[in-house]
Write a protein of this length. Structure first.
Length: 635
């Protein structure tokens, strides 16, 4: 076993690696940017080295600084985690050339699987089924348009060097292809420095199923079964589970055999994930599953595989990197129960899932499930990195048990003032169609209206608000300004507003204590109240409910309801779709904002005349900055 390890990553994956390394007696070295100087992973490592300012391109993406940190601290090996440089073959080779151990696959395997078009060609040669499409070198707009027309719509445009849902667009009509291609190329160039794309037929009812594989230096390759990652939003995974619901033994055998052959075709070592797209229109059939891509690293969702197999995949990585054979043979690996993972993001579903940044003044995560998190109370979510707060991972003997535990865990989340998707996650997992296993990659899209809708506050929360509004009194009726009765406590009523809706609350001195967790009307409630400048925040079912006793407009988040278009978050203007003085129709794109490596399209909420507020392509804007004014077109 290697003796020391530098972790070229941050946040929850850095903490995850440190946890296993400490158990194995491996010394750990963290690298950090200025934004992470006080982060938990920096404190938990045995040593830490600053590598630059907050932006990843000036710190975590600089391989020479990471290598310098390894030399400075005497680290024997480098673990890249996931993201950043984890699938950078040149960096992997530089680690090896420096005489260090690379905890990952050989650079040749990364290169072979890194470009989607070349990877598909290699898989075809290995006998692995692939999705029909266009993989050609001719990247002219005319050729791509012609190929898309030949494939038939809908068609999927994917960045050749893509991943994580970036540089990917579905096109439903030929007339929309050119605009989608341009947007896809911009995002691919910004994220990967490569704007080349490929085209695939768009499967009508797709499921995203992936297989965890592991190889060692001795030629052995095994799988650790499959994960279903079909619940996605904008091609970003939201809920993952293992095993896949509805998977038959016959389909599993075909799928896992294809995954092992894919890994063997590139002489794979270490942890990898072979991803497949399955046509679920007729169930999971062995002949309707196709290779999509291979991720040559550990995946964010690896904990669900750990939970059903009882294995520590980071330990497997370190043992394989040390030259040891795989810890188990294929016939020694089995499935134990069911596991699910929910990605808790700092984002606001009510505003189209825009990321939410700021301090974590109030931060409570559940203790009933496994929680992998990179932040702590008092920390901060910044605009520099992925907005994931934590992963909540449940396990149970059955799928229903695992789902119920995950719902309750999501409901128990309390975070403020940063907004989260916890309530959305709880409703998503509790959705009857999900519980029935009727999932595909468009599940969230088709169910979104009721998943995003926040239920009204419970009676217990309204009562708690009422108690907090009760004016101080010595208990005597002669000093109170309120009416009283001889045979009952004094009481009065007042309206409060939550999410733009008014609620009457009854105020009863000495009313029942509602501070303890309870179930009211089948709903989980925990009305922790925090007064904030005339408002109150209460938590229930994973939602942070904001109450205001004064303004009925509080809680309305539409940034253009009054005709003023505001930047919903800090970012860069990548496209201005109209000219000053143009007339736009409802739903038409006005400005495209890039933030956290994703494009956000700001559209007109009504037919209007546009006045741009001196914004141009390339401008950096701040949250709340006025971008344009829209004058309703009443003619």
């Amino acid at each position: 076993m290697l003796g020391s390890l530098l972790i070229a990553n941050r946040g929850e994956i850095a903490r995850r690696i440190i946890r296993t390394a400490r158990r194995l007696g491996v010394r750990t070295v963290a690298v950090y940017s200025d934004a992470d100087a006080d982060a938990p992973f920096v404190r938990e490592a045995d040593a830490a080295v600053r590598i630059g300012p907050a932006p990843a391109r000036k710190s975590y993406l600089l391989g020479d600084r990471i290598l310098a940190a390894a030399r400075k601290t005497g680290a024997e090996a480098i673990h890249p985690g996931y993201g950043f440089l984890s699938e950078n073959a040149a960096f992997a080779q530089s680690v090896i050339d420096a005489g260090l151990i690379w905890v990952g696959p050989p650079p040749s395997a990364i290169t072979a699987m890194g470009l989607k078009d070349e990877a598909k060609a290699r898989m075809i040669a290995a006998g692995v089924p692939v999705t029909p499409g266009y993989l050609g070198a001719d990247q002219s707009e005319g050729r791509l348009q012609a190929e898309a027309d030949a494939i038939g719509y809908p068609v999927l445009i994917k960045a050749v060097a893509g991943g994580g849902g970036k540089g990917m667009r579905k096109v439903d009509r030929a007339d929309d292809f050119a605009a989608a291609l341009a947007s896809c190329r911009r995002e691919a160039q910004a994220s990967f420095g490569d704007d080349r794309v490929l085209l695939e037929t768009y499967v009508t009812r797709p499921r995203h199923i992936e297989v965890q594989v592991f190889g060692d230096r001795h030629g052995q390759v095994v799988h650790l079964f499959e994960r279903d990652c079909s619940l996605q939003r904008r091609h970003q995974k939201v809920i993952e589970e293992a095993p896949a619901p509805g998977m038959t033994p016959e389909a599993r055998a075909v799928l896992t055999d294809a995954a092992v052959r894919a890994a063997q075709a590139v002489a794979y070592e270490g942890a990898g994930t072979v991803e497949f797209i399955a046509d679920a229109s007729q169930g999971l059939r062995p002949d309707r599953m196709w290779f999509m891509e291979m991720n040559t690293r550990l995946q964010v969702e690896h904990p669900v595989t750990e939970m059903i197999t009882g294995q520590d995949l980071v330990e497997w990585q370190l043992r394989v990197a040390s030259g040891e054979p795989l810890p188990l043979t294929q016939d020694q690996i089995g499935i134990q129960g069911w596991a699910m993972e929910a990605r808790l993001y700092a984002e606001n579903p009510a505003t189209g899932f825009l990321p939410s940044i700021g301090p974590l003044d109030h931060f409570v995560l559940p203790d009933t499930v496994r929680v992998d998190s990179g932040v702590e109370p008092g920390g901060e979510i910044t605009a520099h990195y992925d907005p994931m707060i934590a992963k909540l991972i449940s396990h149970g003997a059955t799928r229903a048990t695992a789902a119920d535990r995950l719902v309750r865990a999501c409901e128990a989340v309390q975070v403020w003032p940063v907004r989260t998707n916890a309530g959305f996650l709880a409703r998503l997992v509790a959705e009857p169609d999900f519980m029935a296993g009727e999932v595909d990659t468009r599940f969230i899209e088709t169910h979104q209206p009721r998943l995003v809708a926040v239920p009204p506050p419970s009676a217990a929360t309204l009562q708690a608000i009422g108690q907090s509004l009760l004016p101080p009194s010595d208990g005597g009726p002669w000093t109170s300004l309120e009416g009283f009765r001889m045979n009952a406590p004094a009481g009065w009523r007042q309206s409060v507003v939550c999410g733009g809706t008014a609620f009457d609350v009854g105020l009863i001195p000495g009313g029942p204590d509602v501070s303890d967790r309870s179930r009211v009307g089948g709903r989980a409630t925990h009305p922790v109240l925090m007064p904030r400048n005339g408002t109150w925040v209460a938590f229930e079912e994973g939602e942070a409910l904001v109450f205001d006793a004064a303004s009925a407009q509080y809680g309305q988040d539409d940034p253009v309801s009054d005709g003023v278009m505001l930047a919903p978050m800090p970012g860069r203007i990548v496209a201005v779709s109209v000219k000053d003085g143009d007339t736009v129709l409802r739903g038409q794109s006005v400005i495209v904002l890039e933030a956290m490596k994703m494009e956000h399209v700001l559209t007109a909420p009504f037919d209007a005349l546009v006045t741009l507020n001196s914004v141009n392509q390339g401008d950096q804007v701040t949250e709340g900055q006025v971008l344009a004014r829209l004058i309703p077109d009443d003619h």
